[in-house]
Design a protein around this ligand. Sequence first.
Ligand code: FAD
Length: 390
Amino acid sequence: MRQPRVVIVGAGVVGLSTAYSLLTQGAEHVTILEQEAVDHPRGTSHGISRLLRFEYGPDIFYSSMVRMSLSRWKRLEQVSQRTLYTRTGLLVLGNEGDNFTQPSYQAMREMDLPTERLSRQHCKQRFPQFSASDSDIITYNAEAGILHASTCLRTLKEMVISQGGTIHESCRVTHLSHDSHLRPMCIYTSTGDELSAERVVLATGPWVHRLLADLQLPVRLTRQYLLYFAGLSPSSFGIHAFPSFLTSDLYGFPFHPTNNNDYGPHWLKAASHTFGMPIDPDDILPRDDQVIAHIAKKLRSLLPALHNANLVHVDSCMYDVSPDEGFILDRVAHDPRIVFATGLTGHGFKFGPLLGELLSSMVCETPPPVDLENFQLARFSHRQQTTSVA
Ligand SMILES: Cc1cc2nc3c(=O)[nH]c(=O)nc-3n(C[C@H](O)[C@H](O)[C@H](O)COP(=O)(O)OP(=O)(O)OC[C@H]3O[C@@H](n4cnc5c(N)ncnc54)[C@H](O)[C@@H]3O)c2cc1C
């Protein structure tokens, strides 16, 4: 039987992973169209690192998916012979009533992950870099770490090509026509090409509303900043002395190696995960120094050594936020040949290979590794109806 032609729009971690999954399952005609280049700086997946944490509060569903995804990243490491993941441990500085730290700790224990509770005193001895005076529950999980994001993307790109996939860069999809289910869909690009496909996957990150405007998806886009500090001692902030960390609104990483000369090997990277101001993905805005100063102030209060460090670099990036912060993976209702992923809400990178398998199972209509019902768009319309009835 002839294999369907699959076109994937977007070569971020989701699009590349979907292509890789399809190809390793034997698909023969897989093409990715990317408006810029793989690992371009405006893409959400770009950057030297992403945190892989298991802590998700009381909801063990996402924690279990992290475990599944990590085993897939490790498999990709073996196949590609690249280092994609570095274990750093994760220190969570929380509060009893935050409905996150204690339930996460419980969930980690149920999952047999190497997690422990630290008293404030113990934390001070083990990780003196932190001022933990505002936290009354502190946990440390040794099984967490850094995904080397740009290396992951470049590796996936190479794997896709070596498996027979095609990637067209600098090729923006302007629109799709799919008026008849009896005919293949037609994909129009900024380069003047027209491609036909039996299946389309839209993995367009923050550009999601461009090709799916009709669906009026409940996804908002927010502007986030990543801060980099120089002038800190490697013996205190290097990978063996300092863990990745998470508080109610901050997170950060130890120094870590990078192949990108724009970033120093001894820069501390940290950020706020509080949702920022709304943004359009094609906006080019001046950076908001007030917001950045506010984040830096909070970081200095958590990590007092930052008072003597220099804020040397700031990146800005976008989150695609869903109302419940869970992912939306679904098919377009009036044309189920089109599959889409959105609402990754700033925590999607770690799930890349698993998301790729989920989307490829939707394309091929094969059993998914995780129940897809959890990701359906309809969960929001149910919620709206319930709210309006009440
Ligand atoms: C600041 C920040 C920090 C984060 N930290 C973490 C973290 O620590 N851990 C974690 O797990 N996750 C994290 N995330 C989230 C994670 O990085 C994203 O969820 C994930 O990378 C999204 O991947 P994507 O493939 O959906 O989107 P993208 O990587 O944005 O890819 C979409 C691609 O589609 C292309 N595209 C769009 N429209 C078109 C078109 N019409 N034609 C052709 N191409 C098109 C774009 O150019 C882009 O390259 C973070 C995100 C941000 C912004």
